[in-house]
Design a protein around this ligand. Structure first.
Ligand code: GLA
Length: 404
C-alpha cells in the first residue's frame, strides 16, 4: 500500500484503518471478490444502463435524466437488461451544505437527487451517481466546474448521503487525487468500507490509473475497474481501447469487470458498422454496457444495435470468461470467448479502412468436425467445416455463436 507521506497523520491512519478493514473482511471470504460478501454479490454480470456523460457532459439536467429513464422503458431497453440510470459528474451544487453534505445543483436539478432517484426507481430502474476520492471531481480539476466537491475527508458522510438518496451505483473517479496526498488503494478502500457501512448494496465502479499487472486489491473493493483513458466518439478510440483492454482481460471475472468506458453508439461519430463493432467487442470483453447517447433522439438504426439481444447475451454470459485472441494485426482482430453452455462467441473484426475477405479457422472439439454457427446480428444459422470466410466492410465485425 502506498500512502504518500504529507504530514496528515490522522488522515493517513483513517485510510489505513479502512484498508485493513476491507482486507480483513476479504480474507474471511472463501473467494475474495468473487462471492460471499454483500459487495461481491453485486454485478455478477456486467451492469447495463445509461450514463449522462458522453452526450450531456456538464450541462446534464434533471429533465435529461428523467427523459432517459422514460425512454429506457418506452423503447424496450429495460426488457433487454439496461436497468441503471447513472448521473455522471456535474450534478453537484458548487458548495456543500452547512452540515458538509453534498447537494444537487439547484438550477439543473431543482428537485434534488433523492427525488430523481425515486423517479428512476418508480420506473423499475436503478440509480447511479458520480463522486471522486480527492479534493475535486474531474470536471472541477480539468474543466473549471466550480467547487471542491471531492469526497476526501467526507467519505463516510457522502456514502451515507448517497444511500439515503437511494443510490445503487457509485462511479468513483480518480481525477488526479494523488495530488491531494492519498494513495490509490487506500482511497478506494475507504469508500468501499463507507458504502458497506450504509447497509445498502451499492455497486462501486472505479476509475484508477491503468496499471499492469492489475493490482489485486481492485477486485476486493470494486465491481468495475476502468481500463483506459476516456473514450471518444470515433473508431480509432474504440479499437485502441479494445486492444488495451485485451492486455488486462484476465483481470475480469464475475463480480469484478473490466470497464473499457461507456458506449458512444448513437452519438453520431461512427458508421453503423463501427457502432456494431463497438457493441460486439464490448460483449467479447464482458464490459458494462452503459449507453451514452440521447435516447430521445437516437436513430432507429443505432437503437436496433443497442438492442441486439443475441450480442447482449454474449456480454451477459454468466461464465464471464475472457476471450482468447486468435489473431491480431493492423488488418484484423479475431476473438473467441467461451460461453457457459459450452458454445463460444467468435468475433471477426475488419480493422482496416477497406472492405476485406477474412478467413479464420473455426474451433472444433476434434479436428475436422463440422460446427453449427449462428450469426448473432441476423440470427441466421449455418454449418462450418474447418474454417469460416466472411466478407466485411471497413471496421465491421461479424459475430457468431459456435456450437458443436
Ligand atoms: C473523467 C471520466 C469520465 C467522466 C468525467 C467527468 O474524465 O473518465 O468518464 O466521468 O471524468 O468529469
Amino acid at each position: 500500500m502506498s500512502i504518500r507521506t504529507t504530514g496528515h497523520g490522522r488522515r493517513q491512519s483513517q485510510l489505513l484503518v479502512a484498508f485493513v478493514l476491507v482486507v480483513a473482511a476479504c480474507l474471511t471470504l472463501t473467494s475474495c471478490g468473487s462471492s460471499g460478501s454483500g459487495a461481491a454479490q453485486l454485478a455478477e454480470t456486467p451492469p447495463m444502463g445509461w450514463n449522462s456523460w458522453n452526450h450531456f457532459g456538464c450541462s446534464v439536467t434533471e429533465a435529461d435524466v428523467k427523459a432517459a429513464a422514460d425512454a429506457i422503458v418506452s423503447v424496450g431497453l429495460l426488457a433487454d437488461g439496461y436497468d441503471y440510470v447513472d448521473v455522471d459528474d456535474c450534478w453537484q451544487a458548487p458548495t456543500r451544505d452547512r452540515d458538509g453534505r453534498l447537494a444537487a445543483d439547484p438550477t439543473r436539478f431543482p428537485h434534488g437527487m433523492a427525488a430523481l432517484a425515486a423517479f428512476v426507481h418508480s420506473k423499475g430502474l436503478r440509480f447511479g451517481i458520480y463522486a471522486a476520492p480527492g479534493a475535486e471531481t474531474c470536471a472541477e480539476r480539468y474543466q473549471g466546474y466550480p467547487g471542491q466537491l471531492g469526497s476526501l475527508g467526507h467519505e463516510r458522510q457522502d456514502a451515507q448521503t448517497f444511500a439515503s438518496w437511494g443510490v445503487d451505483y457509485l462511479k468513483y473517479d480518480w481525477c488526479g487525487a494523488d495530488r491531494d496526498g492519498v494513495g490509490h488503494e487506500a482511497a478506494f478502500a475507504i469508500m468501499r468500507a463507507a458504502l458497506d457501512a450504509t447497509g445498502r448494496p451499492i455497486v462501486l465502479s472505479i476509475h484508477d490509473k491503468p496499471e499492469q499487472p492489475v493490482p489485486a486489491w481492485r477486485r476486493w473493493v470494486s465491481q468495475l475497474s476502468r481500463t483506459t483513458p476516456d473514450i471518444q466518439d470515433s473508431w480509432s478510440s474504440v479499437i485502441s481501447i479494445v486492444r488495451s483492454t485485451l492486455t488486462v482481460r484476465d483481470a475480469a471475472s464475475p463480480g469484478h469487470w473490466n470497464d473499457p468506458d461507456m458506449l458512444e453508439i448513437g452519438n453520431g461519430g461512427m458508421t453503423l458498422d463501427e457502432e456494431r463493432s463497438h457493441l460486439a467487442l464490448w460483449a467479447q470483453l464482458s464490459a458494462p454496457l452503459l449507453i451514452g447517447c440521447d435516447l430521445t433522439t437516437v436513430s432507429p438504426q443505432s437503437l436496433s444495435i443497442l438492442t441486439g439481444r443475441r450480442v447482449i447475451r454474449v456480454d451477459q454470459d454468466r461464465l464471464g470468461a475472457p476471450p482468447a485472441v486468435l489473431a491480431s494485426s493492423k488488418h484484423e482482430l479475431v476473438l473467441l470467448k467461451p460461453l457457459s453452455d459450452g458454445s463460444s462467441a467468435l468475433t471477426i473484426t475488419n480493422v482496416s479502412s477497406r472492405g476485406a475477405t477474412i478467413t479464420v479457422p473455426v474451433p472444433s472439439p476434434r479436428l475436422g468436425d463440422t460446427v453449427t454457427t449462428q450469426d448473432l446480428w441476423t440470427g441466421v444459422r449455418g454449418r462450418a467445416h474447418g474454417h469460416l470466410t466472411v466478407r466485411l466492410s471497413a471496421h465491421a465485425t461479424a459475430i457468431y455463436r459456435i456450437s458443436h
